[in-house]
Every structure is written in C-alpha cells, then in structure tokens.
Design a protein. Sequence first.
Length: 66
Amino acid sequence: MFGNSETFFTKIAERSRLNEGARGVYRIILEMFRRQNLKVTNKELAKIVRIPVPVLSAVRGELLKA
C-alpha cells in the first residue's frame, strides 16, 4: 500500500501521532507477532512496548485500516 516497509511504518506512525515514529510501529508489530497465539489486550501490549494505551490503540486502528 505504501511501498517499502520503512514508508509504511512511517505513515502509520504519522497517522496515529506516535512520537516513537517508525521504530515504535515496528516494535508494536513485533510484539503482536511474538504473542500471536495469546490473547493480548491493548493494556498488556502497551505495558510491554511502553507506549500509552490510547496511542497504542490508535496505531492498531491504523494498522487495521491499512
């Protein structure tokens, strides 16, 4: 959709207003992948990646849209 992965992560970070940028989006996706067989809530994932819950929710929403 956005071309290469760096552009994709950057666009998701911009749309969700993630201060950590592309690296933050990458960390969220990585942790979601690592725990794909577990039911992980936004609150638990936010604690793991150390990002506030509302921001994490916005990133996940943008990932779903993409």
